[in-house]
Ligand binder design. Sequence first.
Ligand code: CP
Ligand code: NVA
Length: 309
Amino acid sequence: MSRHYLEVLDLSRAEFIEAVRTAVRFKSAGYPPDGLRGRTIAMVFEKPSTRTRVSFTSAIRRLGGSYDYLASTELQLARGEPVSDVGRVLSRYVDGLVCRVYSHSTLETLAANSSVPVINALSDRHHPCQALADLMTVFEVKKTFSGIKVAFIGDGNNVATSLMQACALTGVDFAIASPRGFWVPEEETKKALEAAQQSGAEVTLTDDPEEAVRGADFVYTDVFVSMGFEAEREQRLKAFLPLYRVTRELLSHAKPDAKFMHCMPVKRGEEVEAEVADGPRSVMYDQAENRMHTEASLLYLIYRRWRWL
Ligand code: CP
Ligand code: NVA
């Protein structure tokens, strides 16, 4: 059975940092053109995607590999074929599965039945590929992971969970402000706190956005209504607004040179003011670009250095 990347903490601290450093090198020096030669990746997506889909396919092509994009609605999955059979069968055809799913348990079932690496391209619980690009962006700006603080304001969702765990793993201080009822799930926070104990990172949980951003080098937010949660829209907007919107005023409580981060897509005027998202302190397009570099490095390391397969 292979190893998988379903959540940030599936990598060791050394592996995560190696993935970031390799991505930085790929970005400046180019990708090894035969890094994935002879390898095929199946991309199974249950939800829409712009960045994840195109950054993966572009990275795979640049590394000389090939891929198959499979919308889940076009697979027998849509007619009720068991996820376990999909895992068993696809892993006989390809060298890896990159999967975006509604329920994290779908990924766990796929992984349990796959003889090739399964990579989480977003689930309701985790977005570990996003976190790699986020920490690469932090590293690009600061050139270090030590003495840095990232603040997340808003929904304790998949992006927040993976970011919290990635900061805890790499030794970056992390603070999150969410309204009660929208905190990162307790068991995920517990794992982050354990990782933070090892790395020395400080993790702060609060419902006060001003407290979270105080002294922050980066202020991060994500949408209030993630894919799959559309039915909760009204209830969510009531809980989050106006306190949890990232505004110029809120940013003024962070460090004077603090950067704004967002995984995108952005709802301007909802979780963030347009002036912040599109302003000079925003690094969200760098994050989006870095998705491709970190996914290239992750795949390269999985097949060529870590030898998961
Ligand atoms: N950030 C992110 O995962 O974007 P997509 O939904 O466009 O892939
Ligand atoms: N939290 C968002 C992230 C999208 C990239 C969602 O799950 O829809």
